[in-house]
Design a protein around this ligand. Structure first.
Ligand code: ATP
Ligand code: MG
Length: 216
């Protein structure tokens, strides 16, 4: 039986107005789920709720079988650092450092090592010595994906990871993410506008009219 890695139950959230309510979502080992929806529907917010950054107004999130937001701040930070990986919509790399230094920092913090095969698969081996500022947007995006996967997370939360990429490179990134979850008993929660990428996931949801609906 595969283990449940993420369980979100009856989640509601609002900032100024209600964004969504009654959201239920589970992720098992080796499972991928895509979330699509219009800009402003709350996809990034839902991803941040599931990935330790925002406590929802109502409902509960469990990661690895343990209720998340009732834990201490330091326990939540440990989970964020060691157990999950977040690929943000806007990548946060250290601009003055090389691509390799950026990946090294993450692996040292997570007590892991860099996998040269991963850099090879992402087609960034040849640019690793360059400073981030000298890389194209798509290369930076792939460096940030390498940095996240090098931590060996059990759940990957990816917000538009293929947003800046041409179709061929986007397909390559999806291949890497899908291989990663299969080989590491991990799971993927993917927010995307790209229907082709969403269709590659095991389940596909749409966030609309303030609720999350499974689409087929
Ligand atoms: N920290 C915040 N404080 C106040 N309002 C916020 C905050 N974060 C998001 N919002 C609002 O919540 C709504 C949903 O934002 P969110 O970023 O989740 O949308 P999204 O579906 O990811 O959109 P996009 O596809 O454009 O990335 C927006 O109206 C946004 O202005
Ligand atoms: Mg967003």
């Amino acid at each position: 039986m595969s283990q449940t890695l993420l369980k979100a139950k009856a989640i509601s959230h609002s900032f100024d107005t209600l964004l969504f309510e009654g959201v239920n979502l589970s992720l098992y080992e080796r499972q991928s789920a895509a979330i699509v929806g219009r800009s402003g529907s709350g996809k990034s917010t839902l991803l941040h709720i599931c990935s330790t950054f925002i406590e929802p107004k109502e409902g509960s999130v469990s990661l690895f079988g343990k209720e998340l937001y009732t834990q201490s701040t330091s326990a939540i930070e440990e989970i964020r650092r060691y157990e999950i990986g977040i690929i943000f919509q806007f990548h946060y790399l250290f601009k003055g450092m090389s691509a390799m230094e950026n990946v090294e920092i993450a692996t040292i913090l997570a007590r892991e090592t860099i996998d040269p095969a991963l850099l090879e698969k992402l087609e960034i081996t040849d640019v690793m010595a360059q400073k981030i500022g000298e890389l194209s947007g798509g290369q930076q995006q792939r460096v940030s994906i390498a940095r996240v996967l090098s931590k060996k997370p059990r759940i990957i939360f990816a917000d538009e990871p293929t947003g800046n990429l041409d179709n061929e490179t986007a397909t390559l990134v999806m291949d890497v993410l899908m291989d990663y979850i299969q080989n590491n008993d991990a799971a993927l929660m993917l927010v995307t506008h790209d229907e082709q990428m969403a269709e590659r996931c095991d389940i596909c949801y749409r966030l609309e009219e303030k609720s999350l609906k499974e689409i087929v």
